[in-house]
Design a protein around this ligand. Structure first.
Ligand SMILES: [Zn+2]
Length: 650
C-alpha cells in the first residue's frame, strides 16, 4: 500500500492504512477469513519445513544448520506475507502479530551482512553478489522495502525499516554511478516501487534517484548473452529491448512488465516527467484494450514469443491472441495489473482504473485462492477440459487442474493474501478537497481530508450481490467539499440520491459522479447500480471468443462448472441461447455464500475422436444449468469449467 499523501503529481491520494475497515458483506467476509485463516495458515507454511522461508533466514543468520530451499526469490515472498500480517494488525491491533514480527525481524537483521547485503539463497550457497540477475536480488530488495515501509507506517517502529535502509544504501553504492557490468541488472523490478516508497518514507532523495536509474538503464544496452544473464531469457522477456519512454507495446513476462510500469508510475507521481506518463498511457492502453481477459487477467501464455519474436515465459503474446484453456494468467500478473491501475487512478483521477482494479479483485485475483483459504492457483485459465492437457510433469505446479496446498514457486499466494488484507485501503481516495469512493461494500472510514479536517462515514451494501450502496456521513467539517462516487463502466442507468432526493450529479458509466456541497452528520448518499445479467462478447479480432459469450453481473464474471451439469453432459456440449433467461438465486450455503444464475441452455454431444468432421444435423436437448462466479470454481472436486460458451442465436 503506497503512501502518496505528499506526492506532487497525483490527483487522488492514498488514505492511511487502517483508515477504512470492512464491516460486513463480501470483503468483510474475505478480510475476516484472511485474518483468521489465510495469514495464520500461510505463516505456518512459511515458518515451517514446507515453505522454509523463515528457515532460510535462520540458516543465513547462523541460527540453524541446513541448505537453502525454495526458489531464489523466496525471501521476497516471505516479505509479502509479513506485509499481509501488518495489514491485519492495522485492523485488529493484536499485539501478538507485532511481537511475532519483531522476533522474525531480529532474525532477518542477523542474516543481513555488515554492508547491508541480504539474500538468503546467495548467502547460503556462497554465490557472488550481483553476479547473475537470475537470482532475483532486485525482486527480494523491492519486497523488503515495501514491506518495511508498511511496517513502519503502521507500527511506528524502525527495526524493519533500518534493515531496508541499510540494504538500499548498499544498492545505491553499487548502482550509482551506473557501472557498465551492472547496467542490465535491474530486472523483475519490484525494487522501483520499493525504492520510491522508501523515498516517500525517509525523504532521502537517493532512493528516488536510484529508482530512476533502474528505469533509465532498461533498453540502453545491447541485448546479448553475458555472464550476468546466463540462465534466464533475455530481450523482450525482461523488457530490455526498448527504453520505457519509447515503448509502445507490453511485452515479455507479465509480472515483470507490470511491476516495472507500476514502479515507473510511482516515480512519475514524484517527478511529473511527461515522457514517462505518456509511455505508461500507451502501455496501459495496449494491455487494457488489446491483451486483457474479460476477468482482468493478463499474461496469455506460459511459453511463447513476443511480437519482436524473443522467447518469453509467463507473459504477453500478440494483441487479441487470447487462448482460454491454455491461458496462463499468473495470479501475480493479475494483481500487478490492479496495482498498476491503482497508481494510475491516483495520477489520473480516472475511474476506469478503479474499474479494472475491481474487475481483477473479484475475478482473476480471487480465483487464486480456495473457499477454505488454504489452496492456491498460480495459473488461471478461463477453460478447463478433462483430458485436454497433462499436468503431472509440472514440477512446481504453476499450471494445475486443482488449487494446490503449496506451490514451490510461492510468489502468488502471499501476493494475493496481502492484496485481500489491504483491499480496504483501495476503497477510498482523497481528492484535493474531498473524498472518492472507489470500491463498494460495508465499511467504515475515519480519515483526514487534504486540509487535515476529519471525516467519518460508513457504507452499507451487499455489493456485489446487490447494487444498492448507502453512504452515511458521521462527522465532517462544515465547509463544502466534494464527494466522488464511482459509476462503473458497466452501470448504465445508475441512480444517485442525496438525502433521499435525486442528485443533479451526472451518473455517466465509467466516470466519477461528483457531488459538491456542504455536508453534515447524518447526510446520506444512495447509489443504485443495475446488476443486470449481461451476455458479453469479445472484440471480433479475438478468434478464441468468436460467437461465444461470457456472463457478467456487475463486476463478477460467471462460469459454467461440471458439478452444475447433468452427469452425461460436459461443459463443451453446452450452448447458450442468445435470449437465455437467467434467474439469480442467493444461496448462503453454497461456496461461502454466493449468488448463482440458473437458466435453460441447449446441449448437443460432440464426438471427441477426429480433429475435423462435417457439422451434421445436431440433436439439441434443453436443460437447466447453474452458473457460479468464476472466482469460486474448483472448490467442488476436480471439475471442468468454462467462462466462454458458444451462442445459439434466437
Ligand atoms: Zn506469482
Amino acid at each position: 500500500m503506497i503512501d502518496t499523501s505528499n506526492s506532487p503529481h497525483v490527483k487522488l491520494r492514498s488514505i492511511g492504512i487502517g483508515d477504512c475497515q470492512w464491516t460486513e458483506g463480501f470483503w468483510a467476509d474475505k478480510f475476516r477469513q484472511c485474518e483468521e485463516v489465510m495469514v495464520p495458515h500461510m505463516g505456518t507454511l512459511l515458518k515451517g519445513d514446507i515453505g522454509h522461508g523463515y528457515n532460510n533466514f535462520k540458516i543465513a543468520a547462523g541460527l540453524k544448520e541446513g541448505k537453502h530451499q525454495g526458489f531464489a526469490w523466496h525471501d521476497g515472498d516471505f516479505f509479502k506475507w509479513m506485509e499481509a500480517a501488518v495489514y491485519i494488525y492495522a485492523s485488529n491491533q493484536d499485539s501478538k502479530i507485532v511481537d511475532e514480527l519483531d522476533e522474525i525481524i531480529e532474525v532477518i537483521g542477523k542474516a543481513q551482512e555488515d554492508d547491508g547485503y541480504l539474500h538468503t539463497n546467495i548467502q547460503i550457497d556462497g554465490i557472488a553478489h550481483f553476479s547473475n540477475r537470475k537470482y532475483h536480488e532486485m525482486y527480494n530488495c523491492g519486497h523488503l522495502y515495501t514491506s518495511a515501509c508498511v511496517h513502519h507506517r503502521v507500527t511506528g517502529e524502525t527495526n524493519f525499516l533500518d534493515i531496508a535502509i541499510k540494504n538500499a544504501d548498499l544498492l545505491y553504492k553499487r548502482f550509482h554511478p551506473q557501472p557498465k557490468e551492472l547496467s542490465r541488472f535491474g530486472f523483475n523490478q519490484s525494487q522501483i516501487m520499493g525504492l520510491t516508497e522508501l523515498y516517500r518514507t525517509t525523504k532521502d532523495k537517493r532512493y528516488l534517484e536510484l529508482a530512476e536509474i533502474f528505469i533509465n538503464n532498461r533498453g540502453k544496452s545491447e541485448v546479448v548473452e553475458d555472464a550476468s544473464t546466463e540462465g534466464y531469457p533475455i530481450g523482450d522477456m525482461v523488457q530490455e529491448r526498448v527504453p520505457l519512454r519509447q515503448e509502445t507495446e507490453a511485452v515479455g513476462h507479465a509480472v515483470l512488465a507490470l511491476y516495472y510500469y507500476a514502479g515507473a508510475a510511482d516515480v512519475y507521481a514524484e517527478t511529473g516527467e511527461q515522457a514517462l506518463i505518456d509511455a505508461l498511457d500507451r502501455l496501459w492502453n495496449n494491455v487494457a484494450n488489446q491483451k486483457m481477459y474479460v476477468t482482468g487477467a493478463v499474461g496469455q501464455a506460459h511459453f511463447g514469443a513476443s511480437t519482436r519474436r524473443d522467447k518469453i515465459e509467463e507473459g504477453f503474446l500478440d494483441a487479441y491472441l487470447m487462448p482460454n484453456a491454455t491461458a496462463y494468467n499468473e495470479t501475480c500478473a493479475n494483481i500487478a495489473n490492479a496495482m498498476f491501475n491503482y497508481r494510475l487512478l491516483g495520477i489520473k483521477g480516472d475511474s476506469r482504473h478503479a474499474d479494472i482494479m475491481e474487475l481483477v479483485a473479484y475475478n482473476s485475483a480471487l480465483v487464486g485462492i480456495s473457499a477454505d483459504g488454504k489452496h492456491y492457483f498460480y495459473a488461471n485459465p478461463l477453460r478447463y477440459n478433462h483430458g485436454q492437457r497433462e499436468y503431472q510433469d509440472n514440477r512446481d505446479c504453476t499450471e494445475s487442474a486443482n488449487r494446490e496446498p503449496y506451490i514451490e514457486c510461492f510468489c502468488c499466494p502471499p501476493n494475493l493474501v496481502r492484496t485481500i488484507a489491504k483491499m480496504s485501503c483501495w476503497a477510498y481516495s482523497l481528492t484535493p478537497n474531498g473524498v472518492a469512493a472507489n470500491l463498494y461494500g460495508g465499511n467504515r472510514l475515519a480519515t483526514k481530508l487534504s486540509d487535515d479536517s476529519e471525516i467519518k462515514l460508513h457504507q452499507d451494501s451487499r455489493y456485489p450481490w446487490d447494487g444498492d450502496v448507502k453512504i452515511t456521513i458521521d462527522a465532517c467539517k462544515p465547509e463544502p467539499f466534494e464527494f466522488l462516487i464511482r459509476i462503473p463502466e458497466w452501470a448504465e442507468h445508475g441512480t444517485l440520491l442525496v438525502n433521499g432526493e435525486d442528485s443533479t450529479a451526472e451518473t455517466k458509466p465509467g466516470t466519477f459522479a461528483k457531488i459538491h456541497r456542504a455536508w453534515s452528520a447524518g447526510d446520506t448518499i444512495e447509489l443504485k447500480l443495475p446488476m443486470d445479467v449481461k451476455l458479453m462478447k469479445g472484440h471480433p479480432f479475438i478468434e478464441e471468443t468468436r460467437n461465444q459469450t461470457a456472463i457478467k453481473v456487475g463486476p463478477l464474471v460467471y462460469c459454467l462448472e461440471s458439478p452444475d451439469l447433468p452427469e452425461d453432459v460436459r461443459t463443451l456440449d453446452v450452448y447458450v441461447p442468445s435470449d437465455i433467461q437467467l434467474e439469480k438465486q442467493n444461496d448462503p450455503d453454497v461456496l461461502n455464500g454466493i449468488t448463482t444464475l440458473t437458466g435453460n441452455v441447449q446441449v448437443k454431444s460432440d464426438e471427441r475422436t477426429s480433429m475435423y468432421k462435417p457439422i451434421g444435423d445436431p440433436e439439441w436437448k434443453s436443460t437447466s444449468v447453474r452458473f457460479v462466479p468464476y472466482y469460486a470454481w474448483s472448490n467442488r472436486g476436480n471439475a471442468e469449467m468454462t467462462v466462454w460458451l458458444p451462442v445459439v442465436w434466437k
